[in-house]
Design a protein around this ligand. Structure first.
Ligand code: HMG
Length: 375
């Protein structure tokens, strides 16, 4: 049975900070950001937008391609930006999308690796339940402290992926190379709202993990590097993905996979899958039957190299124009607003739009409240 990605979509904030603005305010040469780390913009989130509201928007777009939404009987919400240590953020998503209540829902966490773990679970679940569909969501908003080296690598987005048999976008191949190790390269204690990190150690461990995973992938698949037609790498910042590609393949061009990430910043769990959407949307050649190598890395750390083959007719499932417009239509905010957003505040009296139909209206009696926007 063929199992894989039947629908995929992403969503991000309606607001953006240009890294040229950040560079000027922090007294850094802008070339360090746009050339040195390869980022030009980052999505920033007003207080009424969170990992749930952007996830609902991404999921609504992905589900628009699914005829019978009642076939979805599992929702896996992968995130490291959770605001609740007990309740799954996926419960709000099911509710606002009106999916069947005959549905298993849970969160999954392992830094940026979590969507890959969710896809592995979904694949096993569909193997046992061929008529089911699983909605996998990765949603993260990444915050580092002000004036740190991580600050220009913030960002955020949600990706929604429907996993099923006979997938219309890409099929999972059975091969994988996995590597895990205990390392303090990036972490967020439960009491902290911003991630802590050892930047150089994290970059070193990312590349070390890549080598080990790729070697194990080649051994398990009996393939060689020439058998990989296209490649996507987890992109905490685009230069990291470029270094990774250079380490494996001296001549592979991964520009098409990084077009969206360069404008969004690090979206952690969603990042690798936004690379995949960007690759599919922006590659001019027909990719029917081509193999895409995927490298997933989550600090702490767990990493996996695996591959997909693109389904025949995948291009009919793409929404490239809408994706490009979502990014180019974002409103640029001032540095003052960026500093306010960091603390979940906003300019008094100014109304900030949500990307989708649901807005986070506040926290009352320690309960997060959401409502559907009136159009
Ligand atoms: P840094 O210390 O600010 O930067 O940290 P740098 O001094 O290493 O410079 C970066 C690059 O810019 C260098 O190029 C410089 O030469 C260049 P490279 O040697 O790397 O090719 N540069 C310039 N280029 C042009 N003009 C200039 C200029 N100045 C310098 N004027 C660092 C960079 C990535 C470490 C930092 O941004 C950071 O700590 N980020 C956060 C951690 C991170 O993203 N780690 C990535 C791997 S871990 C991961 O992927 C997991 C993660 O997504 C979390 C999760 O799993 O949940 C983070």
């Amino acid at each position: 049975m063929k199992i894989g990605i039947d629908a995929i979509a992403f969503s991000t904030s309606k607001y953006v900070l240009k890294l040229s603005t950040l560079a000027e305010k922090r007294g850094v040469d802008y070339a360090k950001y746009c050339v040195g780390i390869g980022q030009t913009e980052m999505s920033v989130f007003p207080p009424n937008e969170d990992i749930v509201t952007i996830a609902i928007d991404a999921a609504e777009k992905a589900l628009s391609a699914i005829e019978n939404k009642n076939e979805i009987d599992m929702v896996i919400f992968a995130t490291e930006s959770s605001f609740d240590l007990s309740k799954s953020a996926g419960i709000y998503v099911r509710h606002f999308l009106g999916l069947s209540d005959n549905c298993r829902i849970f969160d999954l966490k392992q830094a940026c690796y979590s969507v890959t773990a969710a896809l592995q679970l979904a694949k096993a679940y569909i193997t046992c339940n061929p008529n089911s569909k699983v909605l996998v969501i990765g949603s993260d908003i990444v915050k580092y402290s002000k004036n740190t080296s991580g600050e220009p690598t913030q960002g955020g987005a949600a990706v929604a992926i429907v996993v099923s048999k006979d997938p219309r976008i890409a099929e999972f191949e059975p091969y994988s190379g996995v590597y895990s190790t205990e390392i303090m390269d990036f972490w967020r204690p439960t009491y902290a709202t911003e991630a802590l990190f050892d930047g150089k150690l994290s970059a070193h461990n990312y590349l070390k993990s890549l080598d080990i995973c790729f070697e194990r992938y080649l051994t398990s698949s009996k393939l060689s590097e020439q058998d990989i037609d296209y490649a996507c790498f987890h992109a905490p910042f685009c230069k990291m993905a470029r270094k990774a590609s250079k380490q494996l393949f001296s001549d592979k061009n991964i520009d098409n996979s990084l077009i969206y990430n360069e404008l969004i910043g690090n979206s952690c769990s969603a990042s690798l899958y936004i690379c995949l959407i960007s690759l599919l949307d922006n590659t001019k050649e027909n990719m029917d039957g081509k193999r895409v190598g995927m490298f997933s890395y989550g600090s702490g750390s767990v990493a996996e190299y695996f591959s997909l083959t693109v389904s025949k007719g995948y291009d009919k499932m793409l929404t490239a124009k809408a994706n490009r417009e979502m990014l180019s239509n974002r409103t640029e905010i001032s540095f003052e607003e960026y500093e306010l957003f960091r603390n979940n505040q906003a300019l008094p009296g100014k109304i900030y739009e949500n990307v989708g139909k649901v807005t986070m209206t506040g926290i009352v009696n320690d309960k997060r409240e959401y409502s559907v926007k009136r159009i």
